[in-house]
Design a protein around this ligand. Structure first.
Ligand SMILES: Cc1cc2nc3c(=O)[nH]c(=O)nc-3n(C[C@H](O)[C@H](O)[C@H](O)COP(=O)(O)OP(=O)(O)OC[C@H]3O[C@@H](n4cnc5c(N)ncnc54)[C@H](O)[C@@H]3O)c2cc1C
Length: 471
């Protein structure tokens, strides 16, 4: 079998050696041409088209250990796929041995100490589903099909971030198979250097097999959803967003969005594809208080559609899924913001007006609160001064339009990056931004991460990520 070494050289592996490794696996392995190979090797972003030499769908920790040993002993490039949602396509690599974690999706909730152990192949929706049985929730992201592993290892934010911080701030333990093919536990009292590094340092330190999250009482019913107006109302709606967000209690998280109206049943058919401005809200505390908190949004102007209502928390967590299908082409540019300035809102109007795809959007996420209260050294996710995330989210269908939509996102970003904290979200970096902007995302933590990397992965075996070189 032909494979790539870590340094990218082609090697031909002796078939007997490959066979004797494969018989040790409990999960299935797929080669190019096998029916399920493409399903594994492809990722969410249709711009990425890489072909690992073999995919193993690990069915337990023993499979992970067996694969890490095989890759180490034969100097084979390894890549790891969680939910496959990384925009830079870091889960897949040409010629690599891919560990597809999608068969490891168990979740165990401990209601006594309010934690959940989730296997590393879980999607966000898996964890919400199991924790909501107990009216508990972990701090996760906005789209239920995203993988927990990539999101958590890079930081993570969502509707509960204002109350409890980055997802990584709420990790209480990690099980990981390290470069020496050992299963190791990292927590606040075991392997503490590794535990620090895993909360923002990405997949640099091994193959994570399970994550323990702190859980909080949320739901089952909350107030959440979207209200949309025609884009002509955007100056007033963005000003409403700015003032409401500045004064919002921690239970209320608000996002603003400008884009062409999606073909959603709650929006009038004749408005589909026309420019809109929308506010997305979640009040994660008591619904009767939430209804009062979102009243200024619901009573504002003449909305085109309003689905900001009492609903199950888990349902809100998947509300945006349909707008982000696997396989479409995506290109993002993103910055952390310290505040929303009126001058920024003016730029948003200009660049939203230049969108040429029915799927692209300018989005502002509110994240301020708990994460701002921890020190910069707490974990590598850092960016403790970030209060909003600006995302210029380009998305389209045809490869021959790549240039137009990528240019839109880049131009808008160039014009708006002056409002940035100087930091950016590592999980939103595109392929071309790797590795230059890793520094902007990780800041001062880079040096310490490199030291931890040297201790746990001195040969840089885990490199298909935002790579940190061991020093
Ligand atoms: C539609 C969409 C919505 C999003 N929404 C949010 C959001 O609300 N909040 C937010 O914070 N982020 C969000 N993100 C960004 C998201 O956090 C990243 O895309 C993240 O990388 C996704 O994780 P994944 O497991 O799906 O990624 P993958 O593409 O599978 O992997 C990403 C990286 O993590 C590594 N990795 C994966 N699994 C493991 C493992 N078990 N052990 C070690 N390394 C591993 C991979 O090797 C790769 O380097 C969103 C992304 C998309 C596409």
């Amino acid at each position: 079998m032909n494979m790539k070494t870590r340094e990218g050289r082609e090697v031909e592996l002796n078939q007997e050696k490959v066979d004797s490794w494969r018989v040790q696996l409990r999960g299935p392995a797929f080669l190019p041409g096998d029916t399920r190979y493409d399903e594994s090797r492809t990722v969410w972003n249709g711009m990425i088209d890489r072909r690992p030499s073999i995919v193993v769908r690990c069915l337990g920790i023993a499979d992970v250990i067996t694969c890490v040993k095989f890759a180490r002993d034969n100097d084979i490039l390894l890549c790891i796929k969680g939910g496959g949602h990384n925009i830079a396509g870091l889960a897949s690599a040409d010629g690599a041995l891919m560990l597809d974690m999608s068969l490891m999706r168990g979740v165990w909730v401990n209601t006594q100490n309010k934690t959940a152990h989730a296997q590393a192949g879980c999607l966000l929706g898996d964890v919400d589903r199991e924790t909501q049985v107990h009216e508990l929730a972990a701090v996760l992201g906005f789209v239920s099909l995203t993988g927990i592993a990539g999101l958590t290892l890079g930081g993570g934010f969502g509707y509960l971030t204002r109350r409890w911080g980055w997802t990584a701030d709420n990790v209480v333990g990690v099980d990981i198979v390290t470069a020496d093919a050992r299963l190791v536990r990292a927590s606040s009292d075991e392997n503490t250097d590794l535990f620090w590094a895993l909360r923002g340092g990405g997949g640099n330190f091994g193959v994570v097999t399970g994550i323990d999250y702190a859980l909080y009482p949320v739901g089952p019913e909350i107030v959440g959803g979207v209200v949309a107006w025609p884009a002509s109302e955007a100056p007033k709606v963005l000003e409403l967003y700015r003032t409401l967000a500045e004064n919002a209690p921690p239970e209320l998280t608000l996002a603003a969005m400008m884009r062409p109206a999606p073909p959603a049943p709650w929006l009038p058919k004749d408005r589909h594809g026309t420019p809109i401005v929308a506010l997305l809200a979640c009040y994660s505390g008591r619904p009767e208080v939430g209804e009062k908190a979102v009243a200024p949004i619901k009573s504002f102007g003449n909305p085109l559609g309003d689905i900001l209502v009492r609903r199950p928390y888990a349902q809100l967590q998947s509300l945006l899924d349909a707008t982000q299908p696997k396989g479409r082409r995506y290109y993002w540019k993103s910055e952390y913001l310290p505040r929303i300035e009126p001058a920024l809102c003016e730029k948003i109007l200009v660049h939203a007006g230049r969108i040429r795809s029915p799927h692209s959007a300018v989005i502002l996420f509110q994240i301020d609160g708990a994460l701002n209260r921890l020190g910069g050294e707490h974990s590598p996710v850092g960016n403790r001064e970030a209060r909003y995330v600006l995302n210029l989210a380009g998305s389209w269908e045809h490869p021959d339009e790549d240039g137009v939509h990528i240019k839109w996102a880049r131009d808008a970003w160039n014009d708006m990056r002056v409002f940035s904290t100087g930091g950016t979200y590592i999980n939103f970096l595109t392929e071309e931004e790797v590795p230059e902007r890793t520094g902007a995302a990780l800041g001062k933590a880079l040096q310490r991460l490199a030291e931890v990397k040297k201790r746990w992965d001195p040969e840089n075996m885990f490199r298909t990520n935002h790579n940190i070189k061991p020093v």
